[in-house]
Write a protein of this length. Sequence first.
Length: 202
Amino acid sequence: MTFTTSQKWTSFQVRQASPERRKRTAIGSAYNQPLTRRGALPGDIIYVTGALGERALGYLDPSPETRRLRHEWRPHLKESHLLSEWGAVTAMLDISDGLLLDAYRLGQESGVTIHIDLSAIPLSDGSPHSPLLIDAALSGGEDYVLLFTAPPSVQPPLAVGAIKIGECQQPSTQDGVESVVFLDGVPQDPRGYVHMMSESDS
């Protein structure tokens, strides 16, 4: 996809702009069969393609080092191409707003519950595994690694670097409330990064 604009805007200008001035158009084409959030089935395995949490530390715990790391993210385009060619992915999206929120979106679109094993979530090797890093991995956002599902009978290509973090199950209702995401069996609110709300997004 290609984005064009006639001028550079600061994040403050974007937040203050009218809805009409914020509009941008993305034009592109999909190759093969597009991979969407809809299609995961009960029994599918849930994977991510990289470590989570480090990018969000840049605004949750700002320092020269965490700010530098925050801006070293990369979109997992190579991984998405490999997964598309593999052909076994049932649903996929990138984790831009935090694992819990984006997993909720995938589960809601697919009509399944997402059961995640906390100990299986890959955290950054370069940062201490503190409660803050774990919270950043769950809800900080801006990691841009891929979250995808696939049947248990197949294994993702090794080059993708996929890490199993859980599985999809049938929809579940507890105490009259239908939950979508579970962490170690405990229902989770779909908390994550809320766009156009943060004052520290540069």
